[in-house]
Design a protein. Structure first.
Lengths: 465, 503
């Protein structure tokens, strides 16, 4: 691949800062992506993409405080940098005092890799995967199984420079693999997914076996009417529910009385016991299995983030500790208002059950009766007061009796709050990395156990196959 | 009437075209196209009337797509030079060659008329009066602050407001000789008031029902939406909602306002009649469709009151264009006629496989993304002799009047859906008796549309829509509009969301 731009990323950042004034930040994002997509057992689309984006944050002293201006765009030349800086400065000087203004994050020596070029990926990343896929397609053509799926590799390089001396760089590789298999005139459907850092870490044959196990289980249909059923959620399904819980954990919104984590009469529910189960929800940028950016990269302010926190170091954070709500997502500003330490969003989560044992298969073996859900889909918030979510089961729901899968029960629409769900956990496996299927476009760094949920509300039947 | 931005036309479009298409032809491609796309956005947000964000962003990239020996190849970059255009043509052909062994059916594009020429591209600009880019940041923040301050003065505890303006420039040229230049503007205002009962801890929200639209800044100041009338009522509606009784779950007749029904059309008709889904191309992601091609012309999708069109030509429609990203001119066609499925959404490859002309539904959200089949404006026709929303309500004995969209979810084959709304008014004996709370309506697409008993007239018709329709892997975001009249549906399943949550 040729370089995406004639200017090196660190030069773009330095040039932007040189003319951006005091209290400014420059964030350079270099993205290199390659993907493969297939359907009906043939390759449908493929692509390689590179892009470089500069985001300039400028500040200005205005009546009552500090205002902020944001400008973001591609960089083809030094002229583009000047134009973005000018736009951000005009916006800042034109603006009013920001509610979340805080002093800029300062720093010392530049990161040792500051001047290194951004690493690139390409279609070559799929060199070992493509032939394995071809073999799976051939096997499927021979025995009536159609394959559908997607593989994507991205390397996102982020450089952050501030006028307060910060020079930070983070390289984030993300690999994602999803496979769907259908058989018997598409009346049976199974799914498997993986997340990681390289495509070379994935192997198709065990995933294809997983899919075929599901298709075989679907040979026998069992009628289980909608209702509240004891249900084993796969790690992917558990992670999807918990990702939404984390996204709904704004400390500021809770303190304002407008979320499930608000305390009636004022304040937040931090300190409340959410579940008697020994569940802990944590995020750690240095998690050896889920490493993510160790500093804040959000250039936007919201109830969950502050552009003034750009570059703030991220620490291991425990959101829920042994069933107790211990932290909500906060910025320096919202944390100061609440009198707590700032705990910003981190791009990864891990749910663990202190008493979790064995694998998903082990959990199935020790379950006397329940349903087993492969993954969830189309999750949306129904009511913020309870954090009630709705969504669908997808690509395999099975009846477990006496520790064994005895048949397939079709799909359901669920109506369940992830907060309530934590209190209904009756058993769990050990925690392992998983791909949250519903939120995989935005959130791939998750580890969760499979969990047996008592009385999971499978509200209505879905005829989808 | 504005023209296409000079600084987009000033890009080396002709040089890139000559370089990419000549190279692709030299390498033996049977089809090649070059696309350059620039998207600019202005985004502002306020919280309780104070500016939270004020920013702008831009994306600019080009793509070369080829059909070579019956296989697709695609490569894209944000470096706009002739050398890079040649490199992308090389990469696209190389990827097509790599893909050949895994492609069982050769790609054949439906023939299309030539529009414009590389020397004089055909031009199209969407209709708008006030260019948001000619206003200052302070001028753009002003309506958000004014709306918020008014809602706070009327008793809201919190107000979130934002605006997003998008300006999309695109250039397309192909080996067949077509060349087009387009410019589209669209805008999405958001405004939500929140009230909190500090003693009980109860809270709720009320959002504007103003849809996003392909207009300029004039939309923020009263053209196409009566902001002051709605804002004056929002706190009272919200106060009534907080005090409203919880709905008794069961079956009710529903009068659904177009501010809510547009989203139900989007999910249960728009996505279900995408041919790529019906064929399985989205099976791993967005899903498939129950409306498979073997049912074309026979499936009783809805009652005889149901007639739905697809179009890329409705004024201010978010999917309205001059040409799609394959050079196909904007068209309008029937999808459902008198309740029967009669049409699909097509791109040139799927049309070519069926031996018909494309109806222009190829779309890409950026120069970096490969075109896929996406939704046009999909709209339900009003009853030319129909009455008002009040007339529909007057005919209901035991029902609900549903206004504004909120929560939505539908299954991967587009059968089971569940929606909530901004306001649910209880109807008893033909009259509204006040709001109820904790309501969701849930149904199956075919059951629901076959329960359509009556439609309002043209006076009830509204073009709703969304900025955030997602599809494809890698994910692409599209904007699309849906027109609808107020409609009456009978005997629909109503859930109580508190009971669903086990309360």
């Amino acid at each position: 691949m040729s370089a995406p731009t004639p200017l090196a990323p660190h030069e773009i950042a330095e040039r932007a800062l040189a003319s951006a004034g005091d209290g400014a930040a420059a964030l350079v994002s270099v993205s290199s992506e390659a993907d493969l997509r297939w359907a009906n057992s043939m390759l449908t689309t493929n692509g390689e993409r590179t892009s470089t984006t500069l985001t300039v944050l400028a500040t200005a002293a205005v009546e009552g405080g500090t205002s902020l201006g944001q400008a973001s765009g591609p960089v083809r030349s030094a002229t583009d940098i000047e134009a973005l800086v000018a736009r951000a400065r005009v916006t800042a000087s034109n603006g009013t005092a920001a509610a979340d203004a805080e002093p800029p994050i300062s720093g010392g020596a530049a990161a040792s890799d500051w001047r290194e070029p951004a690493p690139m990926t390409s279609g070559d990343e799929f060199a070992s995967l493509a032939p394995q896929l071809g073999e799976a397609f051939a096997r499927g053509r021979a025995d009536g199984v159609e394959h559908f799926g997607y593989a994507e590799h991205e390397i996102a390089t982020t450089l952050l420079a501030t006028s307060a001396g910060l020079r930070l760089r983070h390289v984030q590789p993300t690999a994602r693999l999803e496979l769907t298999a259908k058989s018997h005139s598409r009346t049976r459907s199974a799914w498997a997914g993986r997340a990681g850092r390289t495509m070379a870490g994935f192997s198709i044959p065990p995933l294809d076996d997983e899919l075929r196990q599901g298709l075989t289980w679907q040979a026998r249909s069992v009628d289980v009417p909608p209702g509240r059923h004891d249900t084993i959620l796969s790690p992917s399904a558990v992670a999807d529910m918990l990702v939404y819980l984390l996204w709904s954990s704004s400390a500021r919104d809770a303190a304002e009385g407008r979320t499930v984590f608000s305390k009636p009469g004022g304040g937040t529910r931090v300190g409340d016991t959410l579940t008697a189960a020994r569940l802990s929800l944590t995020s750690d940028p240095r998690d050896p299995e889920l490493p993510s950016s160790p500093f804040v990269t959000s250039t936007w302010s919201s109830s969950m983030s502050s552009a003034f926190d750009l570059g703030l170091p991220l620490q291991p954070t425990s959101w829920i500790t042994d069933g107790l709500l211990t932290s909500l997502v906060s910025t320096r500003h919202s944390a100061a208002d609440l009198g707590v330490a700032a705990t910003p969003m981190i791009d990864g989560l891990r749910l663990t059950h202190a008493d979790g044992r064995g694998s998903l298969d082990d959990l199935v073996r020790r379950t006397e009766r329940g349903l087993l859900v492969t993954c969830l889909w189309y999750i949306r918030e129904v009511d913020p007061r309870t954090l009630l979510l709705t969504g669908l089961t997808r690509d395999g729901v099975y009846l477990v009796e006496g520790g064994e899968v005895v048949g397939s029960v079709g799909n359901y629409r669920f109506n369940v709050s992830p907060v309530d769900m934590l209190a209904q956990v009756r058993d769990a496996s050990e925690t392992a990395p998983t791909l949250p299927r519903e939120w995989g476009d935005y959130f791939t760094r998750a580890a969760a156990p499979a969990a047996l949920i008592e009385g999971f509300n499978l509200s209505t039947r879905s005829d989808a196959l | 009437m504005f023209g296409i931005d000079d600084d987009f036309i000033a890009l080396p479009l002709r040089t890139l075209t000559d370089a990419a298409l000549a190279r692709a032809a030299q390498l033996g491609a049977e089809h090649a196209d070059l696309r350059v796309m620039r998207t600019r956005q202005l985004v502002g947000s306020t919280r309780d009337g104070r500016v939270e964000n004020s920013g702008s962003d831009e994306a600019l990239a080009m793509a070369v797509r080829v059909v070579h020996d019956g296989s697709w190849g695609f490569a894209a970059s944000d470096v706009l030079t002739a050398e890079e255009a040649v490199r992308l043509a090389d990469r696209a052909v190389a990827l097509a060659r790599v893909s050949r062994p895994m492609a069982t059916t050769p790609v054949v594009l439906a023939p299309e008329q030539v529009c414009g020429s590389v020397d004089s591209p055909a031009r199209w600009v969407s209709d708008y009066d006030v260019d948001p880019w000619l206003l200052s940041d302070a001028e753009r923040a002003a309506p958000l602050i004014a709306w918020s301050e008014r809602l706070l003065a009327l008793g809201a505890d919190h107000v979130d407001a934002s605006s997003q303006a998008v300006r999309e420039n695109s250039y397309y040229a192909d080996l067949g000789g077509t060349a087009t230049l387009q410019q589209r503007l669209r805008i999405e205002p958001s405004l939500t008031a929140v009230m909190v009962d500090s003693t009980t801890g109860d809270f709720d929200s009320m959002a504007t029902t103003a849809p996003p639209t392909a207009r300029g800044w004039e939309y923020m100041t009263g053209t196409g939406w009566d902001w002051s009338a709605e804002i004056e009522q929002m706190p009272a509606w919200l106060r009534e909602k907080l005090a409203a009784p919880s709905i008794e779950a069961g079956r009710y007749d529903l009068v659904i306002d177009p501010t809510n029904l547009w989203l139900t059309i989007h999910e249960s008709v728009g996505h279900a009649t995408e041919l790529d889904r019906a064929l399985g191309y989205e099976a791993n992601y967005a899903g498939t469709s129950f409306a498979t091609p073997d049912k074309l012309g026979t499936l009783q999708y809805g009652s005889p009151h149901m007639s739905v069109t697809g179009d890329r030509s409705t004024p201010h429609g978010l999917a309205t264009v001059g040409w799609d990203v394959e050079g196909v001119p904007a068209q309008s066609w029937d999808i459902i006629r008198d309740g029967v499925l009669v049409g699909y959404q097509l791109d040139r490859a799927m049309a070519g496989a069926s031996g018909v002309r494309s109806n222009g539904c190829s779309f890409a959200d950026s120069g970096l993304h490969v075109p896929i089949q996406r939704m046009p404006n999909v709209s339900l026709a009003a009853d030319e002799r129909g009455g008002t929303t009040a007339d529909l309500i007057a005919g209901v004995d035991n029902g609900l009047y549903v206004v504004g969209d909120k929560s939505w979810s539908i299954d991967m084959q587009r059968y089971n859906f569940q929606f909530t709304g901004q306001r649910f008014f209880r109807i008893k004996s033909g009259a509204i008796v006040g709001q109820v709370r904790d309501v969701a309506y849930q149904s199956n697409t075919i059951d629901f549309w076959n329960s359509l008993a009556a439609r309002g007239g043209p006076s009830t018709y509204l073009l709703g829509g969304a900025f955030n329709c997602g599809k494809g892997q890698p994910g692409q975001v599209a904007s699309v509009s849906h027109g609808a009249p107020s409609c009456l549906f009978t005997d629909v399943n109503i859930l109580n969301t508190n009971e669903e949550a086990g309360r």
